[in-house]
Design a protein around this ligand. Sequence first.
Ligand code: NAG
Length: 105
Amino acid sequence: MHLVHYNNKYNPSDANKQPDGLAVLGVLFMISKEDNQNLSAIIDKLSSIQYRNSEVKLDKELKLKSLLPDTFPYFRYTGSLTTPPCSEVVTWTVFVDTVQISTAQ
Ligand SMILES: *[C@@H]1O[C@H](CO)[C@@H](O)[C@H](O)[C@H]1NC(C)=O
């Protein structure tokens, strides 16, 4: 999972052209038997946002912290977007610990 943040020094449309434009939190998932209820606010709405640039309002409150691992050791490095044009504008923070997600989710 990528939580993408734009540097508010820039317009969102320009941030992806600046070397310090984006900060992305990367979280790795581990498959679990149980659903992770913390993800349900998002997962419940995925069928409503199947196309690029579509938007939907969540029905439930979502605390971003509940999407992160419980402990915070991380790797941080400067890198790029993961898709073309792969601009080198991202400060990556990738958490060492994983978050659970069920196969159904
Ligand atoms: C859900 O969020 C709470 C609060 O952040 C956290 O303590 C708990 O470990 C999370 N559950 C899962 C399955 O990640």
